[in-house]
Write a protein that binds this ligand. Structure first.
Ligand code: ADP
Length: 400
C-alpha cells in the first residue's frame, strides 16, 4: 500500500510518500512560499533531489506540482497517481468532536470549517490541502489525523480553565492540547523499546522543537498536557512565551497601546528564547552564545530547562508515579546539555541519566540514557509524526 502524507501550513505543503509493505519512504519534499511566489524541494529516494522556483498561487497548484514530480519520468517514484492508495492529512485541530483519526467526508470538512474561529492559523490551510486533494484525486480515500485527538479523553477538571464557565460552553475555550501525534508515537515506541505493555507504564513525553509541549501518558492515554487552547500555552519555546501571568498581557496593552494582534505577535513571534536571549529562536545559536558567556542566552536556556522540570514533577504527581521519561523533536533529540539540565537533581523522583551516554548518544534511533540502577527509564526517541499518520491512514482505508 502506498500512502501520501500531507502537512499543509499557511504558506507551505510538506509531503512524504510511504510504501507501507516495505516500510520505506519513496519520496518526500516541501513546497514553500505558496501564495507569495513558490519553491519546491523534492527528494525522491535513490534519485537526485530537485529544487525549483515555480509559481504556486495556492495549495491546489502546490499539490498539482507534487503529483507531477511524484510521477515524473526522471524524478518520479510511481508510474501514475493510481498507485497512491490513500492520502493522510495532518490536521492540527479536531475540536471537541473529532476525537480520533477519521475518514474525510463532507461532514468532516464542514466541522473543520465550523471551528476556524478557534483555529484561525492552522484550520484554513489544512482545509485547503484537503480540498485540493479531493479535486485532484477524487477517487483516493483520505484520512485526517488530528494533533488534538490524543487528548480527547483528558478529564474535564484538567481541560476547563477557571474562568466564567460560559466561555467554555459558548466559545469552546478549553485546553485542547497539540503535538498529540508525536506524543502518541514516541510513547508507543518507548513501550516497544522497553518491551513492556504501554498499559502498565506512566510516561512523561517531552516534545521539544520550535514549538514544545510535555504530556503525561498514563497507561497509553494522555491524561494532561502543557499546551492548551492554542499551542501558545506551556513551556518557553523558540519564539513563543508559553504560560505567563495573563495580567502581563493586559498591562502591556494598556501601557503601550498595543492592539490585540500586536500583543499576540509579541507573545507568539517575539518571545521565548528569541525574546529572552535577543539572539535567536534556535537553541543551537542560543547555546553557542551561552557558552561564550552571554547572560541572556544562558538565562533563556535555564528558563526552558526549569519549565520542563516543573512539568515532569507535576505530571509525576498527577499520575501518582513515573516509570519513564522521553525526549523527542529537534531539541529533545539533539541538545544533550538541555537533557542534562532537566534531569539534574531529580534523583528523588527516580530520574538519573548516564551523562556519558547522554553526550555520546546515537542519533535517529531510540536511545537509552538511563543511569544504571535508576528507577525511571530515560530515553531519546526520534519522533515520526508522518509515519504515525501513514499508519492511521492505512488502518482506516485498508480493504477499500
Ligand atoms: P518544529 O517544531 O519546527 O518541527 P523541530 O522539532 O525540527 O521543530 O525542532 C527544531 C529546533 O530544534 C531548532 O529550532 C533548534 O532550536 C533545535 N535543535 C537543536 N539542535 C538541533 C539539531 N542538531 N538539528 C535540528 N534542530 C536542532
Amino acid at each position: 500500500m502506498k500512502i501520501l502524507v500531507l502537512n499543509a501550513g499557511s504558506s507551505s505543503l510538506k509531503y512524504q510518500l510511504f510504501d507501507m509493505e516495505k516500510e520505506t519512504i519513496l519520496a518526500k519534499g516541501l513546497c514553500e512560499r505558496i501564495g507569495t511566489g513558490g519553491a519546491v524541494t523534492h527528494k525522491p529516494t535513490g534519485k537526485d533531489p530537485v529544487s525549483e522556483e515555480i509559481a504556486l498561487p495556492d495549495h491546489g497548484a502546490a499539490l498539482e506540482r507534487v503529483l507531477a514530480l511524484l510521477t515524473d519520468a526522471t524524478h518520479g517514484v510511481v508510474a501514475s497517481i493510481e498507485e497512491i492508495d490513500a492520502v493522510g492529512h495532518r490536521v492540527a485541530h479536531g475540536g471537541e468532536e473529532l476525537k480520533e483519526s477519521a475518514r474525510i467526508t463532507a461532514s468532516t470538512i464542514a466541522y473543520l470549517e465550523s471551528i476556524i474561529p478557534i483555529n484561525p492559523l492552522h484550520g484554513p490551510p489544512a482545509i485547503a490541502g484537503i480540498k485540493a486533494c479531493l479535486a485532484l484525486m477524487p477517487s483516493v480515500p483520505q484520512v485526517a489525523v488530528f494533533d488534538t485527538s490524543f487528548y480527547s479523553e483528558i478529564e474535564d477538571f484538567r481541560y476547563v480553565y477557571p474562568i466564567p464557565y460560559e466561555f467554555y460552553e459558548q466559545d469552546r475555550v478549553r485546553r485542547y492540547g497539540f503535538h498529540g501525534t508525536s506524543h502518541r508515537f514516541v510513547s508507543a515506541e518507548l513501550a516497544k523499546a522497553l518491551g513492556k505493555p504501554i498499559e502498565e507504564l506512566k510516561i512523561v513525553t517531552c516534545h521539544l522543537g520550535n514549538g514544545s509541549s510535555i504530556t503525561a501518558v498514563d497507561g497509553g492515554k494522555a491524561i494532561d498536557t502543557s499546551m492548551g487552547f492554542t499551542p501558545q500555552e506551556g513551556i518557553c519555546m523558540g519564539t513563543r512565551s508559553g504560560t505567563i501571568d495573563p495580567t502581563v498581557v493586559t498591562y502591556l496593552m494598556k501601557k503601550h497601546g498595543y492592539s490585540a494582534q500586536e500583543m499576540e505577535d509579541i507573545l507568539n513571534k517575539k518571545s521565548g528564547f528569541l525574546g529572552v536571549s535577543g539572539i535567536s529562536n534556535d537553541t543551537r545559536d542560543v547555546d553557542a552564545a551561552a557558552k561564550a558567556g552571554n547572560y541572556r542566552a544562558e538565562l533563556s536556556l535555564k528558563i526552558l530547562a526549569n519549565g520542563i522540570k516543573k512539568h515532569i514533577g507535576a505530571y509525576a504527581a498527577e499520575m501518582n508515579g513515573l516509570d519513564a521519561l522521553v525526549f523527542t523533536a529537534g531539541i529533545g533529540e539533539n541538545q544533550a546539555n538541555i537533557r542534562e539540565k532537566v534531569c539534574e537533581n531529580m534523583k528523588f523522583l527516580g530520574i538519573e541519566i548516564d551523562v556519558d551516554k547522554n553526550n555520546n548518544f546515537t542519533r535517529g534511533v531510540p536511545f537509552d540514557i538511563t543511569k544504571e540502577g535508576a528507577r525511571v527509564a530515560t530515553w531519546i526517541i526520534p519522533t515520526n509524526e508522518e509515519y504515525m499518520i501513514a499508519i492511521d491512514t492505512q488502518r482506516l482505508t485498508q480493504g477499500n
